[in-house]
Ligand binder design. Structure first.
Ligand SMILES: C[S@@+](CC[C@H](N)C(=O)[O-])C[C@H]1O[C@@H](n2cnc3c(N)ncnc32)[C@H](O)[C@@H]1O
Length: 228
């Protein structure tokens, strides 16, 4: 399995190329809460897949991430779009550099999972700390939306074993509501599909792409949301 920490530090552009093959999440977020005029925080913003679609409608948006090189891509895109209502900052989910009650909406896509992986020491304490930070930073009535992997290569939910306890905790312990959606990848060619899937998902998925000559790779994402 590829080393994701190394990818976020050293191959941010390739990661961005991979996720550019998926449809925008804007309508999914908008269906939970209209984003116009909100102060938004994107936790684990990465190369800005969510930040970039939310920024044009937001009052303000702060893109936080552990990786400076991922945030540099976000900043480049927002600068090119001539937007001025944003900033980026390196931060860990467990200690947000934000004052209390500053945000109307927190989004986090495919990121808190790295702390909630049940193979990681203290994963439950990590999630407890992350949810405490989300509650601290949201204004009363604010909304948190967490998006995570619910099965790559799968047309129906098939979440990774090492994440199901984290997902269960979001609902049972912290009161999140849940649904799932499809977030399929549409590649230009089988060669591109193989290259990008091998880069991020590893040999099992890439070998399936090649043997089945796929240019579309199905994927499911879980969406969890909570109003505080
Ligand atoms: C799969 S990428 C998702 C990026 C973006 N949200 C998206 O939807 O494409 C995961 C991101 O989470 C960041 N990340 C991982 N662990 C983190 C932590 N403990 N605190 C903050 N960011 C973290 C990584 O640096 C990486 O940019």
């Amino acid at each position: 399995m590829p080393n994701h920490a190394d990818i976020y530090a050293n191959q941010a552009t390739m990661y961005e190329r991979l996720v550019s093959k998926q449809a925008s999440l804007y309508e999914t977020i908008q269906a939970i809460i209209p984003v116009e005029g909100l102060d938004i925080i994107d936790m684990g913003a990465g190369a800005g897949r969510l930040t970039r679609v939310l920024a044009p409608q937001a009052k303000s948006i702060v893109a936080l991430d552990a990786s400076e090189s991922m945030l540099r891509i976000t900043a480049d895109h927002l600068g090119q779009a001539d937007l001025h209502n944003w900033r980026t900052q390196v931060a860990d989910h467990r200690q947000l550099p934000i004052e209390d009650h500053r945000a109307d909406l927190i989004v986090s896509g495919w990121s808190i999972c790295y702390l909630g992986n049940s193979d990681v020491d203290h994963w439950e304490a990590n999630i407890h700390q992350v949810i405490s930070e989300i509650r601290r930073v949201l204004r009363p009535g604010g909304t948190a939306i967490i998006i995570e992997n619910f099965g790559t290569g799968s047309e129906t939910p098939n979440p990774p074993d090492f994440l199901v306890d984290y997902y269960r905790l979001l609902e049972s312990e912290y009161g999140f509501s849940h649904r799932w959606i499809r977030t399929d990848y549409t590649f230009e060619s089988v060669d591109e599909a193989e290259m990008l899937t091998r880069f991020f998902f590893g040999d099992a998925i890439a070998d399936k792409v090649v043997s089945e000559q796929l240019t579309t790779l199905p994927e499911c994402a879980g969406i969890w949301w909570l109003q505080v």
